[in-house]
Design a protein around this ligand. Structure first.
Ligand SMILES: Cc1cc2nc3c(=O)[nH]c(=O)nc-3n(C[C@H](O)[C@H](O)[C@H](O)COP(=O)(O)O)c2cc1C
Length: 321
């Protein structure tokens, strides 16, 4: 009886699909990551899900010194989504390295640090500092945040500026792969993805939030003190998916899909459209273990569709027959 059980278990294990993906030489145990700003510094979720069940955690955007962020109200729920104008609130890179990174090193899950900057030199300073810290798998350059007066999205307004900041950041973080997080608030995302590739980026993350707005009709004032905010959640998924597909057509470096991913099927759509990996964002707020469920769901999908390796799915979209 026991032998039969062992044999069946062995067969099952042999059949287990390969879920690992590689991005710029870094191996992720599966293609599911959490998106910056929606999963804190990761450790806050340790009691809510198994952090080892996902491929990676992208931590909240870090500056060198702590930033308070915008005054409230700075989040507002919308139909199938949310608006946020948090504005780079973070504990600062030094505090992250001393207080958070040691805890994160206890997990197999890869840590990606999102970095922010008002000026070019701000990005470079953080990149240089983090470059020497063990336990970080990659940096993600956030040039796409719409909720700040200066910096951020202002480097994503024309491809020349995107090239400049990417090339400089790439020089500053010689040891770590550099991902660049792109904004959907542009006419043609392909131009920006190409600028990143030409400047030496190792991957692009597509997309950050879309600029939106909501009005309180009783008070006749904006719902957010900042007036506008970044729209995220299931409402933006079709736009994100289209942009990921476009970026995949334009560049050879890996594209990481972000935007409205809440279920396994959403993640599958992005992988089939060409994304090498996906990031789960707003879904973490209402289902803290969303990323774990999606990672398991992908494995189940591969198993039930006789897919031996998840990479077979990447870019497998074909034209309508
Ligand atoms: C509250 C909040 C904070 C965010 N903070 C960051 C950030 O610090 N850096 C960044 O690159 N993106 C940030 N984002 C954008 C997300 O990482 C993600 O790109 C976006 O929300 C779209 O994905 P989603 O629809 O799954 O949330 C934030 C999003 C939200 C909702």
């Amino acid at each position: 009886m026991q032998l039969k059980y062992i044999m069946n278990r062995k067969k099952e294990l042999l059949k287990a699909p390969r879920m690992a993906v590689e991005i710029a030489g870094v191996r992720f145990k599966n293609p599911v990551l959490t998106a910056s700003g929606t999963f804190g510094y990761g450790l806050e979720f340790a009691n809510l899900m198994d952090l080892n069940s996902i491929g990676g955690i992208v931590v909240k955007g870090l500056s060198m010194k702590p930033i308070k962020g915008n005054p409230p109200p700075r989040i507002y729920e919308t139909a199938s989504g949310m608006l946020n104008a948090i504005g780079w609130q973070n504990i600062g890179a030094t505090e992250f390295v001393t207080a958070k990174l040691p805890g994160l090193r206890n997990y197999e899950t890869k840590v990606i640090v999102n970095i922010v900057g008002f000026e070019l030199n701000d990005y470079l300073e953080v990149a240089r500092f983090l470059n020497d810290c063990p336990g970080i798998a990659a940096l993600e350059l956030n040039i796409s945040c719409p909720n700040v007066e200066k910096g951020g999205f202002h480097f994503n307004k024309n491809p020349k500026d995107t090239y400049k900041v990417t090339a400089a950041a790439k020089k500053a973080c010689r040891k770590l792969p550099l991902w660049v997080k792109l904004s959907p608030n542009v006419t043609d995302i392909r131009e920006f993805a190409r600028a990143c590739e030409d400047a030496g980026a190792d991957a692009v993350s597509v997309i950050n939030t879309l600029v939106g707005m909501a009005v309180d009709v009783e008070k006749r004032q904006p719902r957010l003190r900042f007036l506008t905010g970044g729209l995220s959640g299931p409402a933006i998924k079709p736009i994100a998916l289209r942009m990921v597909w476009e970026a995949c057509q334009a560049v050879k470096i890996p594209v990481i899909g972000v935007g409205g991913i809440a279920r396994t099927e959403d993640a599958l759509e992005f992988l089939i459209a060409g994304a090498r990996a996906v990031q789960v964002g707003t879904a973490n707020f209402y289902r803290p273990d969303a990323s774990q469920r999606i990672a398991l769901g992908l494995q189940e999908y591969c198993r039930s569709h006789n897919i031996e390796d998840i990479n077979e799915l990447v870019g497998s979209l074909h034209a309508y027959e």
